[in-house]
Design a protein around this ligand. Structure first.
Ligand SMILES: *Cc1c(COP(=O)(O)O)cnc(C)c1O
Length: 670
């Protein structure tokens, strides 16, 4: 089969693009700007920021940088207006929406849905596929009501449905999806009540398709169907041999948690045949894992599943649907590779391969092609939300050079100082090792009582000054020897962020997932610091020290020095899938504030504000009643007043703060 890959996902809903995808150059960095300022130094430019943070790689067509050095958002992709993200954040803060703040762009969500459907429509036209595509959104990816309601609304023109993976998600899907003809895929472990509810919902005009994952469920479905006298539409989930890779790679194979093995599928077919229900068996489903970064893996799975589909039809099942599950990946680092944070294909390639493979398999044995269903979650929901957070403080090594020079200084300080002075482009590696050795000697001398605390402080300062000077040289070099590679990491400042990684980016902590993170302003200014991020929790895992890079992963992020009295905002992008619901209350940091923004003819409109948790709410989750808490403090102040340990003013001050805190946000005020 000859599948010519196209370079870009096609622009959604733009008919002019139907003839062929636009090819965009995502790597213009080869042509670095060579402007030189009056001081002889290369000037920083927004183009350099673009290249550094790889925003075109992961952000196109939604995120870019404007002339003011701010990140801009084009929520309708290349078809509509754009918003200055920094100005938006400032405006939202004036409306009393504190940071961290999750901003959802409903237009991006709409654009993703249109794009996915347009890609399948294009593939179907291209291969003259005589069937249709009906996507569904897996609710588990982001269950927030406003988001699900938006998806249902934006999906109406395409009869886009929902996928439920549990009983509570089924409750959401059944009550929310009202698009005629849109499927509700009923996955997950089921009891009798689940199956009954799904079957009965068909009487409401819904299109539930119950996907059986275990033999017990097959028996239950047959029994419930008989009891209710309903002929349901049923499917089976197959455990494929084709394996996903990376983080989520073990959703398949014989030992996988979900699905029926091939012998079990045969058993199910026989059970249906014996109950005269082969007519109900209409769908084959598989899901080989999320974030499948390699198109080869997807092709293998589709090929295997297409054959199973064809064979089921041959066995007499009334096959109508092939559900390819999720897995359509997001390019978090913009490298277009099969690295786990990326993908080596685009949405159009994905649709083309599915359509072409299925068509070929069906054509060979002359059976009608199925309605294609995909359950893309990550690819639909990731781009629409941006998490904005501020930096509270930074701490770095001081690179100031201490006073030195009079004879009385300890020899070790003299040596370190001379090393510092002698650092040049042609000896930086050697001087680096000298500096390390002298610093270690200084610490030994201190431990044996030969160096005072003040002297040790000077020695450490001199060492960092050496490192700083050497690092400045290495940054200009094309090749840096291995032993100096970690210099940036050693020198990195810690930026303290007003955020809980456990609440807002749990996958970054739990499975080392990478999300693009960058400042949303000052991008016309060189980010001369290197930093890692430390969050508000008292947990040493509450940090981010892995960042996207073209090659592999960066251990430090380029950041700007903080300016006194001015806020410094960072954005974490592409985190709209899975992070919200998996976030936890570590240290009792609650849900963040969230706003839904929609483009309007004269700017934007705030569709919804979802206030983050208050302290009273998070304390309630762990069974504290805030009135009891206040009462306890009140009694303690009464006692202290009686014993004259506190003044009336002080006690009022304390109580007011305590009560105000309980009603307030769990994060810090900048
Ligand atoms: C999680 C899941 C999905 C969504 O996968 P994505 O990679 O986010 O698209 C789809 N189907 C099933 C059965 C799932 O468990």
């Amino acid at each position: 089969m000859n599948l010519e890959p196209t370079t870009e996902d096609i622009a959604a809903g733009s008919p002019s693009n139907n003839g062929g995808a636009t090819v965009k150059n995502n790597f213009p960095e080869q042509e670095r700007l060579k402007e030189v300022g009056a001081d002889g130094l290369k000037k920083w430019s927004i183009e350099k920021s673009e290249e550094l943070y790889r925003i075109k790689g992961w952000g196109e067509p939604y995120f870019s940088i404007n002339a003011a050095g701010h990140v801009t958002v084009s929520p309708q992709g290349d078809r509509g207006g754009s918003l200055d993200l920094y100005e938006l954040v400032e405006a939202l803060r004036q409306r009393n929406l504190g940071l961290p703040l999750l901003i959802r762009f409903s237009d991006i969500l709409e654009d993703r849905i249109e794009r996915l459907n347009a890609c399948f429509a294009k593939a179907i036209a291209r291969y003259s596929y005589r069937g249709v595509y009906r996507g569904v959104f897996p609710v588990k990816c982001n269950q927030q009501r406003h988001l699900i309601e938006d998806i249902v609304r934006f999906g109406q023109p395409y009869q886009f449905g929902l996928e439920a993976g549990s009983k509570p998600e089924l409750m959401i899907a059944l009550a929310t999806l009202k698009t005629p003809g849109a499927p509700i895929i009923c996955n997950g472990y089921k009891d009798k009540e689940y199956i009954e509810t799904a079957m009965l919902a068909a009487k409401l005009g819904q299109r539930p398709i119950i996907v059986l994952e275990q033999i017990e469920e097959v028996n239950m479905a047959i029994q419930v169907s008989k009891e209710l006298g309903i002929k349901p539409v049923l499917g089976v989930r197959a455990k494929l041999k084709s394996k996903g890779m990376g983080q989520w790679g073990n959703s398949t194979g014989d030992r996988a948690k979900f699905g029926l093995t091939i012998p079990e599928i045969i058993q199910a077919v026989d059970l249906f045949a014996a109950s005269d229900m082969l007519e109900s068996l209409q769908l084959l489903h598989f899901h080989i894992g999320s974030q499948i970064s390699s198109i080869g893996v997807i092709k293998d799975a589709i090929r295997e599943a297409s054959q199973i589909y064809v064979e089921l039809a041959k066995l007499g099942a009334n096959m109508n649907y092939l559900d390819v599950g999720g897995g359509l990946a997001v390019d978090y680092d913009g490298s277009k590779t099969n690295f786990h944070a990326s993908k080596n294909y685009n949405m159009q390639n994905y649709a083309n391969d599915i359509v072409a493979e299925v068509k070929e398999a069906c054509q060979e044995v002359d059976i009608p092609v199925p309605t294609l269903i995909s359950e893309s979650g990550r690819a639909i929901a990731s781009h629409q939300s941006v998490l904005i957070f501020n930096i509270l403080a930074s701490s770095g090594v001081s690179t100031e050079i201490p006073e030195i020079g009079n004879e009385k200084q300890h020899l070790i300080l003299r040596n370190l100082y001379d090393t510092y002075e002698s650092i040049k482009t042609d000896n930086y590696q050697e001087t680096y090792h000298d500096a390390i050795q002298f610093k270690e000697e200084a610490i030994s001398l201190f431990n044996f009582g030969y160096l005072s605390l003040r002297e040790r402080a000077k020695a450490e300062q001199l060492f960092w000054a050496c490192c700083n000077k050497i690092a400045a040289i290495t940054r200009q070099q094309e090749y840096v020897p291995d032993d100096l590679e970690d210099l940036d990491k050693i020198m990195a400042s810690i930026y303290y962020v007003n955020l809980s990684v456990f609440q807002s980016a749990p996958d970054s902590w739990a499975i080392s997932q990478l999300f693009p993170i960058m400042p949303i302003h000052r991008l016309n200014e060189e980010p001369i610091q290197r930093g890692t991020l430390a969050d508000l929790t008292c947990d040493s895992d509450g940090k981010i020290d892995r960042f996207i890079d073209l090659l592999d992963v960066k251990k430090v992020l380029e950041l700007h020095p903080l300016e006194p009295g001015k806020p410094y905002y960072l954005g974490m992008f592409l985190n709209g899938a899975y992070q919200e619901i998996m976030g936890n209350l570590h240290n009792l940091f609650g849900d963040t504030n969230a706003v839904h923004i929609k483009l309007s003819p004269n700017g934007y409109e705030i569709e919804h504000v979802v206030k983050g948790d208050t302290m009273t709410e998070v304390l309630g989750y762990v069974q504290y009643d805030s009135e009891d808490l206040v009462e306890s403090i009140r009694q303690q102040t009464e006692q202290a007043l009686k014993q004259e340990r506190i003044t009336l003013d002080e006690s009022q001050h304390l109580l007011q703060n305590y009560e105000r805190s309980l009603q307030g946000y769990t994060y810090l005020f900048p």
